[in-house]
Design a protein around this ligand. Structure first.
Ligand SMILES: Nc1ncnc2c1ncn2[C@@H]1O[C@H](COP(=O)(O)OP(=O)(O)OP(=O)(O)O)[C@@H](O)[C@H]1O
Ligand SMILES: [Mg+2]
Length: 542
C-alpha cells in the first residue's frame, strides 16, 4: 500500500514498517505538501526531538516542561504534546519508537509500560476529542506489545514500484552520460536504450531504493564503467543482498539449468497444468473464469527422494527466480523479529513476483511443539497462512516437509495449497530413470550396465542413495584411473543401508493421509509403503 493510501485512511495510529526510512519520510512529506491546504508535518526522533516542517525546512519545536530525549520514556511528553498542547491537525512522524516498545528480558520494563500506555491513551483521547491528527510510527522492525494490537494499524511500506525504479535508473543513466562527457576513460559500454532500462528495472525489482542506488553508484563511481551486462550484475547483487536478509536466498532461473528428475511423473504433469495457468493468468481469468492464480504445492515425503530437486525444476521450467525461505532462520532470538522476518520475506517475494517461493523443511518452523515459544511460531504461521490465502501477486509456494505427522492441521487444510503430494521411494521404472540420469551425469554409458539387476537390488532406495552409489563407484574407479563398472556399482549398492528403514514409524500417518485423500502420490511408480514395511522387515508402532 502506498503512503497516500495509508494516510488517507481514518486510523489515528499507524505503525509503518520499513527499512527505507528516508524514502518513506519523503513520501509522507510529499503527501502533506500536496494537500489543499498543505497538512502540517511534525517529526520526532530520539536524537533531534520534535521538529516541524516550516518553509521547506525542519525547525525545532520546544515541548513545554518535558522533552528530554534521553529520559527512559521520552515519548510520553511528546504524545501528551500532540494530543493536548499542539494546535495543528497534522501528521506526526515518530521515529525510534520500537526501542521503547521492546519488552526486554525482565518481567517489567518501565519504558515499555509507559510508552505503551501513552500510545493507548493517545489513541482514545484523539478519538474522544475528535481531533484529526495522524501519528505514524516509523520503524525498521515490527515491535507491538499485545496491549496495543487493537489500537495500532500495522502497515508494510511497499518496496519501490517499477515506475519508481525506472525514474531512479534513468537518472543514473543520465549521470553516466554526463560522466562520460567529462571523463574519456569512463567506459560507457551499455547502450542506454529503453530495452536496457527495462532489463535493469526488472533486475532491480525486490530491492530497496537505496540498494538499487548503491549497486548503480558502485558501477559508476567505483568501477567507473557501465557494462552492457549491468542487468545481470544487478541480479547478482540482488542475490547477495537478499541473502543478507538471512531468511531468503535468491536463486536466478538460469542457475538451475540441466536439472533432471527421474519418475514423479504424476506430480510433474500436475505442475505442467499449473504452469500453463500461471504463465497465462490474465487469459485464464478473463476468458476461462479461472480466478485463482495457482497458489502452491506441498511436497512431503522421504528424505532424498527429490523434493528439493522438483522445487528447482519448477523454477527452471517456469522461467522464474527461486526464492528459498529458511524457515528455521525466521525464528530469531529477539522477540518480535520473527514476525518481521516472515513479513519482510513475503514482501520481497511479492516484489520479485512472478517467482517461486520455496519453503524448505516447513515443519522445522511451523511444527510448534512442546516447550512453548510465547506463541511466536503460531503467530508466524498465522501470518504465513493469511498471506497464502490473500496474496494476489503471482508467487507460487513450493513447500517441502519430511515429516508431515508434526505439521499443524491448518497447513494441510484444503484451500491452502492447491495440492499435497507424497514423494516416496522410486519404483522400478523410476529407479531405472534415476540410474540413467546419474550414470550419464558421470559420463558413463547406461547401456554398459545391467540396469535390471541394479533395479532389483535397490528396492526402498531413495534417489539420493542411488546417486550416491554412482558417485562412490566413480570415486573408486577414478582412484584407479579407470571407468566405473557394474562390479563397482553392485559393491556400493550392497554397502548402502537405505534410510527408509529409520523412517518407517512415520509412514503410518502417510498411509492414513493417502487413504483419506488428503495427499496424492507424486508417482504411480512408488514403492508401496506396505511393501517397504514387509520387505524390510521393520515393525511400526501400530
Ligand atoms: N527423482 C530423482 N531423480 C533424479 N535425482 C534424484 C531424484 N531424487 C533424488 N535425486 C538425487 O538426490 C539428490 C537429493 O535429492 P533432494 O535434495 O531433492 O531430496 P529431498 O527430498 O529434498 O531430501 P530432503 O528431505 O533431505 O531435503 C538430488 O540432488 C538428486 O541428485
Ligand atoms: Mg530437500
Amino acid at each position: 500500500m502506498s503512503v497516500d493510501e495509508i494516510l488517507r485512511r481514518r486510523e489515528p495510529l499507524i505503525y509503518l514498517v520499513t527499512l527505507e526510512e528516508s524514502r518513506a519520510e519523503g513520501d509522507i512529506r510529499r503527501y502533506c505538501e500536496g494537500q489543499q491546504p498543505p497538512l502540517p508535518l511534525y517529526r520526532w526522533s530520539c536524537t533531534r526531538g520534535m521538529e516541524k516542517l516550516q518553509g521547506g525546512v525542519m525547525e525545532p519545536v520546544r515541548i513545554p516542561d518535558h522533552g528530554d530525549a534521553r529520559s527512559q520514556a521520552p515519548l510520553v511528553p511528546v504524545l501528551h504534546y500532540i494530543v493536548r498542547d499542539c494546535t495543528d491537525d497534522g501528521v506526526f512522524l515518530l521515529k525510534d519508537v520500537h526501542h521503547f516498545l521492546r519488552g526486554g528480558t525482565s518481567s517489567f520494563n518501565p519504558a515499555m509500560a509507559l510508552t505503551t500506555r501513552a500510545l493507548r491513551d493517545t489513541f482514545y483521547e484523539l478519538r474522544e476529542l475528535g481531533k484529526a491528527r495522524k501519528i505514524v510510527l516509523l520503524a525498521p522492525e515490527l515491535v507491538v506489545p499485545p496491549d496495543l494490537e487493537k489500537e495500532v494499524r500495522i502497515q508494510d511500506y511497499c518496496l519501490p514500484t517499477k515506475d519508481e525504479l525506472t525514474v531512479t535508473v534513468r537518472g543514473m543513466l543520465r549521470r553516466a552520460q554526463v560522466i562520460k562527457q567529462k571523463d574519456a576513460t569512463f567506459k560507457l559500454e551499455a547502450e542506454c536504450t529503453d530495452g536496457f532500462v527495462n532489463a535493469l528495472v526488472d533486475a532491480a525489482v525486490g530491492l530497496t531504493q537505496l540498494e538499487v542506488e548503491y549497486v548503480l553508484e558502485n558501477m559508476l563511481y567505483v568501477q567507473r564503467r557501465l557494462p552492457g551486462d549491468a542487468p545481470r550484475r544487478m541480479v547478482r547483487e540482488k542475490q547477495q543482498i537478499i541473502r543478507k536478509s538471512q531468511v531468503l536466498e535468491f536463486i536466478p532461473a538460469e542457475d538451475l539449468d540441466g536439472i533432471e528428475v527421474g519418475g514423479l511423473e504424476s506430480m510433474l504433469r500436475w505442475l505442467q497444468l499449473r504452469k500453463h495457468v500461471f504463465e497465462n493468468r490474465e487469459k485464464a481469468r478473463d476468458e476461462y473464469g479461472i480466478k485463482d492464480v495457482p497458489r502452491g504445492v506441498l511436497l512431503a515425503g522421504i528424505s532424498g527422494c527429490g523434493k528439493s530437486l522438483v522445487c528447482k525444476k519448477i523454477a527452471h521450467e517456469w522461467g522464474c527466480p527461486l526464492l528459498r525461505l529458511d524457515v528455521g532462520a525466521i525464528f530469531d532470538k529477539w522477540v518480535g523479529s520473527s514476525e518481521d522476518r516472515i513479513r519482510n520475506a513475503l514482501r520481497v517475494a511479492e516484489s520479485v513476483a512472478p517467482c517461486i517461493l520455496w519453503v524448505d523443511e516447513i515443519e522445522k518452523g511451523f511444527a510448534g511443539g512442546p516447550g512453548g515459544d510465547g506463541g511466536t511460531s503460531s503467530r508466524v504461521l498465522g501470518t504465513f497462512l493469511v498471506w497464502m490465502q490473500e496474496k494476489k501477486a503471482p508467487v507460487f509456494v513450493a513447500a517441502t516437509a519430511n515429516d508431515i505427522s508434526v505439521l499443524p492441521p491448518e497447513l494441510l487444510r484444503s484451500g491452502r495449497f492447491d495440492n499435497r503430494f507424497f514423494v516416496g521411494c522410486p519404483g522400478e521404472r523410476s529407479r531405472r530413470d534415476i540410474f540413467t540420469i546419474h550414470l550419464r551425469a558421470h559420463k558413463l554409458n547406461p547401456a554398459s550396465f545391467q540396469l535390471q539387476t541394479l533395479i532389483q537390488m535397490t528396492v526402498g532406495f531413495t534417489g539420493a542413495e542411488i546417486e550416491q552409489t554412482v558417485v562412490d563407484s566413480t570415486f573408486d574407479a577414478f582412484y584407479e584411473n579407470r571407468r566405473a563398472t557394474m562390479e563397482d556399482l553392485v559393491r556400493n549398492v550392497r554397502r548402502c543401508r537405505p534410510l527408509v528403514r529409520s523412517l518407517l514409524p512415520q509412514m503410518e500417518k502417510v498411509l492414513e493421509m493417502l487413504d483419506n485423500g488428503r495427499m496424492e502420490l507424486a508417482s504411480d511408480d512408488t514403492v508401496p509403503v506396505q511393501q517397504l514395511l514387509g520387505k524390510l522387515d521393520v515393525k511400526t508402532n501400530s
